[in-house]
Ligand binder design. Structure first.
Ligand SMILES: C[S@@+](CC[C@H](N)C(=O)[O-])C[C@H]1O[C@@H](n2cnc3c(N)ncnc32)[C@H](O)[C@@H]1O
Length: 219
């Protein structure tokens, strides 16, 4: 005998677990049937930060807008996880110096990850849809043509000054009627830069698709 009190009835626990698994499978099956935009094959979560659902939100918005409004621009692509979702819809241009941001853990920084990016997209047969502009956003973005991208994801440096620069360039680069998304809007540095920009333009259109992902629509 032990003095640990009454033990759980393992038969009951087991049958509850089986029932829970059955219900879960039913729900997942229904979701698959109803989802008009099933998730594309993505570069693995270990090579990025966005959840599958967040990538699916971006992919859904990219699909809503006509390709005649221009390609998608991703500012900060790392090893191509988000790019892999966006490229399933069509052409994507990416801007990155590929050596990691100051906000990343030191073990991830310093090595150029462009070969990883290329390998990941090649494996999904999507590399030929992507144009890479390798360099710092301050050098590359001013060279891109105004009002020529239908959806822009801003996800490079998270330092407030850099975000302020990237946001104002994204605004210039976005086609009329297009969308600008930000990852990590819950970071104070990112939020401050975005909100300051919105105020400076008297814009109020800030929508949260999740705690991390937000967008403004260019009028
Ligand atoms: C958070 S990661 C992007 C993740 C990617 N969007 C995803 O979800 O899979 C940020 C990227 O921005 C790049 N980056 C940071 N600061 C930059 C800068 N000033 N100019 C260009 N790229 C920068 C880093 O090299 C890194 O690849």
């Amino acid at each position: 005998m032990t003095d640990e009190g009454p033990q759980p009835d393992l038969t009951v626990e087991r049958s509850r677990e089986i029932r829970r698994q059955q219900l879960l499978q039913q729900v997942q099956k229904q979701d698959r049937v109803r989802d008009p935009y099933p998730l594309p094959d993505l570069v693995g979560a270990e090579d990025g930060w966005m959840s599958d659902v967040e990538v699916a939100v971006l992919v859904g918005y990219a699909k809503l807008l006509s390709p005649a409004m221009g390609p998608v621009l991703e500012i900060g692509c790392w090893k191509g996880r988000t790019t892999s979702g966006l490229a399933t819809v069509g052409k994507v241009e990416v801007v990155d110096h590929f050596v990691g941001g100051k906000d990343m853990p030191p073990e991830l920084r310093g090595r150029n990850v462009r070969p990883d990016f290329a390998r990941n997209l090649e494996r999904l047969d999507l590399l030929d849809r992507v144009t890479v502009h390798e360099g710092k956003t301050r050098d590359v973005l001013p060279q891109l043509e105004s009002a020529s991208y239908r959806l822009i994801l801003v996800d490079a440096s998270h330092e407030a000054e850099d975000v302020a620069f990237d946001v104002s360039e994204a605004w210039r680069l976005c086609s009329s009627g297009g969308f600008i998304f930000f990852d990590d809007i819950n970071w104070e540095s990112v939020q401050t830069a975005v909100v300051n920009f919105l105020r400076s333009k008297s814009l109020r259109a800030l929508n949260l698709a999740s705690q991390k992902l937000a967008f403004i629509k260019r009028p």
